[in-house]
Design a binder for this molecule. Sequence first.
Ligand SMILES: [Ca+2]
Ligand SMILES: [Ca+2]
Length: 90
Amino acid sequence: MSDRKQEELSQLFDSMDKDRKQEELHSLFEEMDKDGDGKVTIDEIKNHFKELSDNSCQDVMDIWDRDGDQSITKEEFVSTFKNKSDWQKK
Ligand SMILES: [Ca+2]
Ligand SMILES: [Ca+2]
């Protein structure tokens, strides 16, 4: 991942990270999950983060999609926030 992209993603996550209460994460997830099937797909990410390039959306997917099935469940989403230090290395 390039430094610039890393920066872009860090800013994105920081902006989403003002308040990490569980309910907030859950409602954010539900906001992203437009069709309400309990999974966030790459298309839903692109839809939600319109300011991100396609490549960056794929990076977001890779960060959140912990089991690699190209969709993000609520569990994956919440656990990624808990393990933020995994991907956000100084
Ligand atoms: Ca969905
Ligand atoms: Ca997954």
